[in-house]
Design a protein around this ligand. Structure first.
Ligand code: GDP
Ligand code: GDP
Length: 443
């Protein structure tokens, strides 16, 4: 489980700017995949060897009419979902009533709070910070998100303070015992609220079993349920929580971004549900990019297929192929969780995705392939010199990661890297998993 850092603050203090700085490495990673970099509210970052999640809680609450309710909701989300809270204020505007309101709620939370005074470039730190000390937080940092001043110090401190074993107060997954002695595929069912996750999980388990796994847990914990099918064991990671609680606050209780991120992190294969009636939304695209980043297997299930006319189905297929062309490795299923049609077929794709994501290819075969690929389509010249890939080996799985060694390979264009990955994918029939390529310059 990765630690979760929540950004809290009133509008315009610089939360999204700081979010982008804290998750920068990943932006670079997906930069050449159009459609993946959007206005994101959750993502992962990395500092030294430590990965973490960042959520911009300011972007999570969707209604902003009443600023006070909005802020308190935001703070509640931050408190319940995170391991550390980063409270951001604006040095140029100074302390406001809304800041004090947030501070008040945060003080009673049982979570570490870090106060980041933003926009301090060209300001005298001591003067800029003075009034914010009134808020009473012990860890105070003067930063500039746009200039990246002070951010490293801040993130270093936050990560250092987190307990080593992470996040001790989380209950063990119910399926932990089941996991120890069997080879089970961790299968997460994720998607936006109301796409049909609970319905699908119930369908997969059979309704009568649901009650057995009714267990307490906080909003950020998924339910882990063992499932066996055709001799294969699975651990179903149920992010919806099959139990229906009181109807009050249902979406807030049922849907949690952090729960979804942790489920993706813990999954071998993700089934991402999309609502046929709504098509691919920004949030779907964000979840897709999380799966690609996490490197697990992916199966896309377009749900509520039953409710559409043939004409509408054509429209939906068209929209999907337009919007999903950058994720062409994933199998798409059209299902009805409600009626059960198409649901059984998901397992075949899940198994394929798992096999592909865990595939290990011999170095000799990769080198042979590299040689042929280079002959068929030589790399371009860079400053008059030819890029010369010499060797290739596989360095990991989930996702399968390949390292190319050779002269000038650091200058290898993205398009050529994609070409090599496509050749690998086609040759070894890898389906349902992202692939990664790294280059290592040298003789
Ligand atoms: P949010 O509403 O809290 O997410 O704030 P944004 O990240 O959208 O930032 C609001 C405005 O403040 C934008 O115009 C940013 O460019 C600006 N901003 C963010 N960080 C800094 C900073 O460190 N210095 C200065 N001068 N402006 C900043
Ligand atoms: P969750 O929030 O993702 O867990 O979604 P639910 O499983 O609670 O489903 C939300 C709503 O969509 C419910 O009213 C379901 O009955 C309905 N629903 C789920 N799957 C289907 C489906 O395949 N077809 C249709 N027509 N409705 C569905």
């Amino acid at each position: 489980m990765l630690p979760v850092i929540a950004l809290v603050g009133r509008p315009n203090v610089g939360k999204s700017t700081l979010f982008n700085v804290l998750t920068r490495s990943r932006d670079a990673l997906v930069a050449d995949q159009p459609g993946l970099t959007r206005d994101r509210k959750f993502g992962r970052g990395r500092f030294d060897e430590q990965s973490y999640f960042v959520i911009d809680t300011g972007g999570l609450a969707e209604t902003e009419e009443v600023i006070v309710t909005h802020i308190s909701q935001q703070v509640d989300v931050a408190i319940s979902e995170s391991d550390a809270i980063l409270f951001i204020v604006d040095a140029r505007q100074g302390l406001t009533a809304a800041d004090e309101l947030i501070a008040q709620r945060l003080r009673s939370a049982n979570k570490p709070v870090y106060l980041a005074i933003n926009k301090t470039e060209y300001l005298n730190n001591a003067t800029a910070s003075a009034e914010f000390y009134e808020l009473g937080f012990a860890s105070v940092f003067a930063i500039s998100a746009t200039h990246r001043h002070g951010v490293q110090d801040l993130i270093e401190t936050i990560l250092k303070d987190l307990p080593d074993d992470g996040l001790e107060d989380r209950p063990l997954p119910a399926a932990a015992v089941f996991d120890e002695d069997t080879d089970s595929i961790h299968l997460a069912i994720v998607g936006r609220p109301n796409v049909g996750k609970s319905t699908l999980v119930n369908r997969l388990l059979g309704y009568e079993r649901v009650i057995t796994y009714d267990q307490p847990g906080t909003t950020r914990d998924s339910i882990y349920v063992p499932l066996t099918r055709d001799g294969q064991n699975y651990t179903l990671i149920d992010t919806a929580g099959v139990r229906r609680r009181a109807r009050v606050h249902e979406t807030i209780e049922k849907f949690s971004i952090v729960k979804t991120l942790q489920a993706i992190e813990d999954a071998d294969v993700v089934v991402l549900l999309i609502d046929a009636q709504e098509g691919i939304t920004d949030q779907d695209a964000n979840l897709l990019s999380e799966v690609v980043e996490a490197g697990c297997g992916l199966v896309i299930a377009v749900n509520k297929w039953d409710g559409l006319t043939p004409y509408q189905r054509e429209q939906v297929r068209h929209g999907l192929s337009r919007k999903l062309h950058f994720i062409d490795f994933a199998k798409i299923h059209f299902i009805s969780a409600l009626h059960g049609s198409g649901v059984g077929l998901l397992f075949e794709s899940v198994n394929r995705a798992w096999q592909s994501a865990s595939e290990q290819i011999a170095t000799s075969r990769l080198n042979q392939l590299l040689e042929q690929a280079v002959i068929a389509h030589p790399p371009p010249l860079v400053r008059g010199r030819r890029i010369k890939p010499r060797f290739m080996h596989q360095s990991g799985t989930f996702p399968p990661t390949f390292v190319v060694h050779g002269n000038q390979v650091n200058a290898m264009p993205d398009a050529y890297q994609r070409y090599l990955l496509n050749v690998i994918r086609d040759t070894f029939k890898l389906e349902g998993t992202p692939l990664r390529l790294e280059v290592k310059q040298g003789e």
